[in-house]
Design a protein around this ligand. Structure first.
Ligand code: KG4
Ligand code: ZN
Length: 372
């Protein structure tokens, strides 16, 4: 089975074709047309501009993806599209394109929740019968979401905790802006924090690491808060001379101090969740999961926790999406679609084919449970 998938929830026009062989998914073609250059001069994503770009790019990106996969429309068995959450003017372009193709080509159409897609990016190449993966805990860290999610089985989500204000990615982007760095802030802060660590002694690093607060670090739940941290960076910058924003070494030091505070909180809450629920699998999902320091610290934490358990069956394995599938892409939407479609009965599949026009974008769509 071949799945054509489309993702336009924010500032990437993404299209992919994956193959589902009845057991697992492989990627045949993956195209992402980024709009970063367009939005960077505004310091963030401008929804109306994103929409216009998606509209200009969607057809060429679909054509390019078919060419790369050496397939034609006759080879497609299912069309999948991001239904939400995201920016409405952006979502609407992908959903309209997917509905039109489904109607004209007479193919089934399935809507996928964006965060579900990020989680399922970790299932690329995984066998559908691998029940050893559950229970699973996902740390979802993107531009719009920060959540710890528990899954006892496929498509069954319990949100253990989430951010009370800014998402982790949003905090990276806002702090980058305060520091005069380009959008998106995450990759830039990641790179500069690494440069700081490479150029300083352990003692110097230790000193800077303590600079900012760790909001909700010890709170008795799995929730997060990042807006106070952003304000702490703002106040620190106000107190210091404006000259520091002209000094690369000072900016790198701020990047390290901020990133370390975010990572400390994400790691602490993850550790608490893993200790409480003993999942077989832990995955990270969303754009911030590309952060090299977060990956390194989570890996160390998992290694430590795994040393404490005696039985192999009690160990938690750590899955990370490949870097290209950490950021927004359509492959993840195709994978989630494959696992869902696989579980549907003939009646449910027929419904997808008969009613493509009933799918509408939903800017606030939450994670939803599906029992098949
Ligand atoms: O998942 P994503 O591509 O889009 C949303 O669904 O929101 O996540 C985008 C977010 C942005 O806030 C970006 O700054 C952040 O992911 N990001 C990173 C890194 N790469 C992207 N944050 C920290 N470190 C990175 N290396
Ligand atoms: Zn995303």
């Amino acid at each position: 089975m071949h799945i054509l998938s489309i993702e336009t929830s924010c500032d990437d026009t993404a299209v992919a074709i994956i193959r589902w062989d009845g057991q697992s998914a492989t990627v045949l073609a993956n195209t992402v047309s980024s709009q970063i250059a367009l939005h960077t001069k505004w310091g963030g994503v401008v929804p109306a501009l994103a929409s216009r770009e998606h509209l200009a790019n969607i057809v060429p990106v679909i054509e390019e993806t078919f060419a790369k996969a050496h397939l034609t429309k006759e080879d497609i068995d299912l069309i999948a599209v991001t239904e939400g959450p995201g920016l409405m003017p952006a979502l609407v372009i992908g959903v309209s394109a997917a509905k039109t193709l489904a109607l004209v080509w007479n193919k089934p159409l399935i809507g996928i929740q964006h965060i579900e897609g990020h989680i399922y990016a970790n299932f690329l190449g995984k066998n559908k019968n691998d029940q050893n993966m559950f229970p699973l805990i996902a740390l979802v860290v993107s531009g719009g979401h920060t959540q710890l999610v528990l899954m006892q089985k496929h498509f069954e989500y319990t949100i253990l905790g989430e951010t009370k204000d800014d998402a982790a990615g949003e905090a990276f982007d806002k702090v980058a802006r305060l520091l005069g760095l380009p959008y998106p802030g995450g990759p830039e802060i990641d790179k500069r924090a690494r440069a700081f660590r490479e150029n300083h002694t352990a003692e110097e690093i230790q000193e800077v690491t303590k600079k900012f607060p760790r909001p909700m670090l010890t709170s008795d739940n799995f929730d997060f808060s990042f807006s106070g941290l952003k304000t702490a960076v703002l106040y620190a910058l106000k107190k210091e001379s404006a000259e520091i924003l002209k000094d690369e070494a000072c900016i790198n030091s701020e990047c390290h101090a901020f990133q370390e505070a975010v990572v400390d909180v994400l790691v602490a809450k993850t550790k608490k969740a893993i200790t409480r629920y003993h999942p077989k699998t832990f995955v990270i999902a969303g754009g911030v999961s590309a952060n090299t320091r977060l990956r390194e610290r989570l890996q160390n934490t998992l290694d430590e926790l795994n040393l404490e358990v005696k039985l192999l069956s009690e160990k938690t394995s750590f899955l990370t999406p490949e870097f290209v599938y950490s950021l927004d892409n359509a492959v993840m939407i195709g994978i989630a679609a494959a696992f869902r479609y696989e579980r549907m009965n003939e009646e449910q599949k027929k419904q997808l084919k008969d009613t493509p026009l009933s799918l509408d974008p939903n800017a606030n769509l939450p994670l939803q449970n599906f029992s098949y």
